[in-house]
Design a protein around this ligand. Structure first.
Ligand SMILES: *[C@@H]1O[C@H](CO)[C@@H](O)[C@H](O)[C@H]1NC(C)=O
Ligand SMILES: *[C@@H]1O[C@H](CO)[C@@H](O)[C@H](O)[C@H]1NC(C)=O
Length: 307
């Protein structure tokens, strides 16, 4: 008659010892060695406490219809802005351009994807533009984790030794962080005006001051354009045309994780090391007790209930 195994069961053997015996002390020692070292190993290894993490979000950006443009000729400049006080102060060099702007949501997800701006500055035929400077003001908002809203700036400058008739730039409005954002809450620290539009002093529109203040912020935007196209020459009677496309791309945002995320992350790392320790020390314990390296009272499984 053939016999085959239909079931298997590990027999449990129990080891008993007095509280103040070598066996008990050994047990306490093993428990300590199993649970404490993994913590230090995890802690000393890189990234135990997750201080900064990333997520991706497409910011909600809106052009505030505020801008300041300056065009330089070899010996003078012309300028215009959407700030009345600035224009008043700059009357001698003021020139009013024709402006068209349009914000497009190309993929229909309800979030604007880019700004297309076209600015035509009327010029005299004797005026030759050699440098162009443009400041655009945006409302920039992130809302996936913490809600962060700020007034931000896109700055562009291009100059050439050749007098130009047209400048075309395409670029991305990038988020620049000097500090991670919080994981929740409302952050309006930088929701302040870049230009003090109500000021009657030219000082308020002094770019070096404005830039210094702006760049001291922990969160800013940067208009990055790598391929400006400067067209030399200009037909008689035609304006200088500035065409800018500012894209609002998906951005990677740095943030400080919340406490639960921190614990979860730390626990996973601790646990991964702990499993190995438990396995190894179970083998060691089995060896020590089975071979009676420390004295214990052994009770086999079948006698259990009689105890
Ligand atoms: C900017 O970040 C630094 C450190 O990253 C911080 O000490 C400072 O308080 C932050 N400034 C503001 C206005 O939050
Ligand atoms: C940020 O500033 C704008 C304009 O000043 C304002 O409309 C908006 O409500 C502010 N955002 C928050 C969250 O306070």
């Amino acid at each position: 008659m053939a016999v085959f195994q239909i079931f298997s069961q590990a027999e449990q053997r129990r080891y008993y010892a007095h509280v103040c015996s070598k066996a008990s002390i050994f047990m306490i020692f093993v428990i300590a060695l199993t649970f404490i070292p993994p913590f230090f190993i995890a802690y000393r290894s890189y990234g135990f406490w997750l201080r900064v993490d990333n997520y991706e979000e497409q910011p909600q950006v809106q052009f505030k219809h505020q801008l300041l443009v300056t065009m330089e000729t070899s010996d003078s400049y012309i300028t215009w802005s959407t700030f009345q006080n600035y224009n008043q102060l700059q009357q001698a060099n003021l020139r009013i351009p024709v402006l068209q702007s349009r914000e497009a949501d190309n993929n229909g997800d309800g979030v604007r994807d880019e700004l297309q701006l076209k600015l035509e500055m009327p010029l005299l035929d004797t005026e030759h533009i050699q440098a162009v400077q443009l400041i655009l003001i945006f409302d920039y908002m992130l809302s996936k984790f913490s809600t962060m809203q700020m007034e931000s700036m896109g700055y562009l400058r291009h100059e050439s030794i050749f007098p130009g008739g047209q400048l075309k730039v395409i670029g991305d409005l990038l988020l620049v962080q000097r500090q991670p954002l919080a994981h929740r809450g409302l952050d309006t620290r930088f929701n302040t005006s870049i230009f003090d539009r109500n000021s009657l002093f030219l000082d308020a529109f002094d770019l070096s001051k404005v830039f210094t203040e702006y760049s001291s912020r922990n969160v800013t935007t940067l208009f990055q354009y790598n391929y400006p196209i400067w067209s030399k020459g200009r037909a008689a009677g035609s304006p200088f045309t500035l065409q800018a496309t500012v894209r609002y791309p998906l951005t990677t945002v740095q943030y400080t994780p919340g406490l639960w995320q921190l614990f979860k992350w730390a626990w996973i790392q601790y646990f991964a090391i702990l499993v190995v320790f438990i396995f190894v020390f179970n083998r060691i314990k089995a060896f020590v007790y089975q071979n009676q390296l420390v004295t214990t009272i052994v009770i086999p499984a079948f006698k259990e209930h009689k105890l």
